[in-house]
Design a protein around this ligand. Structure first.
Ligand code: FUB
Length: 337
């Protein structure tokens, strides 16, 4: 099994502190956290062992349903609210319920989730509930014009925006100007990297109100990060939040396994690369969210420590996040010591 903890890695980590997962009775990943009515709700993927061999397409991530977790406050035990949505109840979806997110508007709760259609293409769907824990009733069709994976929704002065997209298994490299072409791959190393996409949501929260646009991440000189800059370029797992009047776009760098961030004055960017938030965790993937509770900020993330390094059996965790006086995020070492 690739990406399992090898002897040396296990020995190096033995001397370090490994934060406990929020729950241990099931594997959870890709935590999207929100505070609704004073309680922390986490919308994770629910990892399972489906017996599918590891590949770059991510077929071994064969998740079938979602559970919602909640906490009274940081440090409190997490409650698992049971199955909130199952793939068999989503008319358009065939398999692979990947990283979800949720939003609240006018007393309704919206669960956004990517899944593969029967033809193997990812799209993003929405399901609606009366409670933050569901159950959620899916729309019959995916969001028109959606593609790829990893939706994240930011409410910005009452207007909701969805950012999304992930390359390789998430298929973003197959799209240019919102159109699919199987021949497309990641751009050449010297070409601008692909960025996540963003679209404003319609008033009913069930559609895009506009065609998705690409978010560009630039370096300190204003030059778009090139596709060959694997240490910094966008790969998957976008998260948008606001702090000190600025927009923060944080994301996974994929094959270099870091969570990095960039900031902008406008939600549509350009976003200027700022640095790393989280160094690599145990397991191939890294995925996070950032959320404020009671005036303090928290990073939600996952790793594969509970499964001893099985990359598709992950567990969600949280850590306090700090900003310096200029709004820079102080990097977090998931295994201090
Ligand atoms: O959980 C499946 C995929 O792995 C997510 O969609 C990616 O962000 C990565 O965490």
């Amino acid at each position: 099994m690739p990406h399992q903890l090898q002897g040396e890695q296990a020995a190096a980590l033995a001397a370090r502190e490994i934060a406990p997962p929020l729950v241990t009775h099931l594997y959870t990943a890709d935590p999207s956290a929100h505070v609704f009515d004073g309680r922390i709700y986490i919308y994770p993927s629910h990892d399972i062992e489906a017996g599918i061999a590891f590949n770059d397409n991510g077929d071994h991530f064969a998740m079938e349903d979602y559970h919602v977790l909640s906490l009274d406050h940081p440090g409190a035990p997490a409650t698992d609210h049971g199955v909130a949505l199952h793939v068999r109840d989503v008319p358009w979806a065939a398999r692979q319920m990947w990283a979800p997110d949720a939003a609240c508007k006018d007393g309704k709760y919206y669960l956004y989730f990517p899944a593969k259609r029967a033809d193997g293409l990812f799209q993003i769907g929405v399901a609606v509930g009366d409670s933050p824990t569901g159950p959620f009733v899916p729309e019959a069709q995916p969001i028109a014009g959606s593609y790829s994976i990893d939706p994240c929704v930011l409410a910005d002065d009452g207007v909701h925006y969805m950012a999304f997209g992930g390359i390789w298994g998430g298929q973003l490299q197959k799209y240019r100007d919102n159109a699919y072409d199987a021949a497309h791959e990641e751009p050449l190393d010297h070409e601008p990297a692909l960025g996540p996409r963003i679209a404003r949501l319609s008033d009913d929260m069930k559609q895009f109100a506009e065609a998705p646009r690409e978010l560009v991440i630039v370096d300190q000189q204003g030059r778009p990060l090139p596709a060959g800059d694997h240490a910094r370029r966008y790969f998957e797992g976008p998260w948008l939040h606001k702090y000190g009047g600025k927009y923060y776009l944080s994301y996974s760098t994929g094959d270099t396994h870091c969570i990095c961030y960039a900031t902008a004055d406008d939600i549509h960017g350009p976003y200027t690369y700022q640095g790393r938030i989280l160094s690599p965790v145990i397991g191939w993937t890294t995925h996070h969210s950032i959320c404020e509770f009671d005036g303090r900020w928290y990073l939600f993330y996952h790793d594969s420590s509970l499964s001893q390094g099985v990359t598709h059996l992950r567990s969600v965790k949280m850590a306090e996040l700090h900003y310096d006086a200029d709004g820079a995020i102080l990097p977090i070492d998931p295994y201090p010591g």
